[in-house]
Design a binder for this molecule. Structure first.
Ligand code: PCA
Length: 322
């Protein structure tokens, strides 16, 4: 009798525990070993601890659950409760998403932080209207040019088979006379191996993740921009959490943001060393190449401002005043 009662109590406890546990899926587009993903895993573990296991967040790395461009819609539609997106991927939907992809508008970590501060209220508002919230954002290290060629100027980029990851990186190709092909990071190694692309702009981090050194030997360290990954949450899923779990998500998110910016800076130098060790030439761009790329950036900022309208102009003005 006593045993039966004990079993019943145990079964009841288990049942309430199971029903009190919430599970969230977190699709991400980059490999498990990437610093953004490592940061997400740490975030999930912090939330797990803070909620005593009541909120379990599973990180699905490397675009295994949704492809990079699909993650935003998946979170909006509630197929995933939380997800990590590359903001610049969504520039065609709304120009402000692409502000951190304009070459040389914000090309250092300090400037990137200022740009984020100017961009953030707008991002909060837009994502709010879309039934989501911005939890945190972390920049990729500065973007440089991977190519098999020697580049003395932008004219040397004509005819390159250029991997683009965003509307802006495709636009750069057009402006320098290269052929853009959109390939997300998870498919980049294969695109290089099959010769679909022979060049692209990205960080040392993605160059290392994709073993670019096996195919391409030069990286021109242009430090052109620092695009941000953003972690977004479905608002209805967030609202369904109890107050303590909501607070745990917000706190772990704020900590992940602070940690992510520090990680990004460190990864920037670490990855350049690792690329070198794997035979990559890390090259400071010539004055001519710098001037040419700056001109590309000026054109793109002008085009961006024309399309972004007063909202975009105000954001850029606010950024420049910081
Ligand atoms: N890596 C991502 C985006 C920017 C970066 O550094 C990529 O190349 O897809």
């Amino acid at each position: 009798m006593k045993l039966k009662l004990a079993l019943a109590v145990a079964a009841f406890a288990l049942a309430t525990q199971v029903s009190a546990q919430t599970k969230w899926d977190l699709p991400a587009a980059y490999p498990a070993s990437n610093f953004h993903t490592e940061n997400l895993v740490q975030f999930a573990s912090d939330v797990d601890k803070a909620t005593g296991g009541k909120l379990k967040i599973t990180v699905h790395a490397n675009a295994s659950l949704f492809k990079a461009p699909e993650i935003k819609r998946a979170v909006q539609g509630g197929q995933a409760q939380i997800g990590e997106i590359l903001l610049v991927n969504f520039e065609n939907e709304w120009k402000i998403f692409g502000a951190d992809g304009i070459p040389f508008l914000a090309d250092s970590y300090d400037e990137s932080m200022k740009l984020y501060k100017a961009q953030k209220p707008l991002l909060d508002k837009k994502l709010g209207e879309q039934g989501m919230m911005l939890l945190y954002a972390v920049p990729w290290p500065p973007q440089g040019i991977y190519t098999k060629r020697t580049l003395n100027s932008a004219a040397d980029m004509k005819g390159l088979k250029w991997r683009a990851y965003s509307p802006a990186t495709a636009r750069i190709a057009e402006l320098v006379g290269a052929q853009p092909v959109t390939v997300q990071a998870a498919e980049l190694s294969q695109a290089m191996a099959t010769g679909v692309v022979d060049s692209y702009m990205s960080s040392g981090s993605t160059g290392y993740d994709t073993k670019t050194y096996e195919h391409i030997k030069n990286w021109y360290d242009t430090q052109a921009w620092l695009p941000k990954n953003a972690v977004i949450v479905n608002k209805a899923a967030f609202d369904a959490l109890d107050k303590a779990a909501q607070a745990a998500v917000l706190k772990a998110g704020a900590e992940a943001e602070a940690r992510g910016w520090v990680m990004s800076k460190k990864v920037n130098t670490d990855m350049i060393d690792k690329l070198k060790a794997n035979g990559m030439n890390i090259i400071t761009p010539s004055a001519q190449l710098k001037t040419d790329m700056k001109k590309v950036g000026d054109t793109m900022l002008k085009e961006w401002l024309e399309k972004a309208g007063p909202e975009g102009q105000q954001m850029v003005d606010a950024y420049r005043k910081m």
